[in-house]
Design a protein around this ligand. Sequence first.
Ligand code: COA
Length: 324
Amino acid sequence: MYSRIAGTGSYLPDQVVTNFDLEKRMDTTDEWIRTRTGIERRHLAAPGQTTVDMAEHAARRAIEAAGVTPAEIDFIVFGTTTPDLVFPNCGTLLQARLGARGCPAFSVETACSGFIYALSIADKFVKAGEAKCALVVGAETLSRITDWNDRNTAVLFGDGAGALVLKPTAEAGILSTHLHSDGEYKDLLYVESGVSRGFEVDPATNKVNIGIKMAGSEVFKVAVTKLGAAVDEALAANGLEKSAVDWLIPHQANIRIIGAMAKRLDLPMEKVILTVQDHGNTSAASVPLALDTGVRDGRIKRGDLLLLEAFGGGFTWGSALVRF
Ligand code: COA
């Protein structure tokens, strides 16, 4: 038994902030942002619009594309590090919106790898016969933890949501997933406050300190090394050559990291689903946003071999090799 992707969906909030808009708010330029990251614009959630609000749009689109009803969903796993509430978790909040009452629903908190972790978990439940219609979500409102006074990070992030529905199948499907984590790298990328540790108030601004702290160039180097090993691992585990990959669907953080992965796979950039220019780094939402983009615009076809990969704070990272 395997699991297969039955349908995909995504959602970006209406408000678009371009690099030129950011030029007016901080000491940066469109040229700097585009050449260093590939980002041209990002979408920001409206005031009051939450992670689950966006996830509901993406989930309903994925459910419709899969040709199922919300009531058929029997497993929900939700990748996010920007939850609406401390509890109930976002999976359970989404479950109530969809009316899929009673099934297991939970979130995983592995930053930008949240969707790959969620997909791996759901795949195991479907393969084991314990879920027949699993909803996998990645959604974030990173704008709420972005320090808009820090040009090193503020230009990188955006809000959005993506989702897919997994169903059982006799033929693959998801061929393999590989997950990794190494907490020794915590200081290179982290959020400075949390519930248990406490929220500190900045005496200068009288605001809660909940900004993203990042050593950008160090993150860059580790991401390229770890993701490189992860794509090799995915192919080796399935006895496949690089040439078998039809589409690379990477975490959309930085076009230069993505380019390095494409090079490692000997893939031309035309074989990479690239959306970073349109929404920046949306953390757990970025891989399903890219996947849904490639599916809906017709580039990704049934039978194609997809390599999904992501890297995030922790560090956490992972891959999924998928026959679509
Ligand atoms: N606009 C203009 N200048 C900026 C800037 C901005 N938004 N942000 C930083 N700079 C400046 C720095 O202050 C530095 O100036 P200095 O040389 O006078 O000190 C200069 O640009 C170069 O900074 P550096 O950090 O060396 O640039 P970089 O080439 O490493 O690019 C990142 C910075 C953040 C784009 C890059 O390191 C990166 O993408 N890292 C990975 C981040 C990531 O993917 N994080 C998420 C992982 S899930």
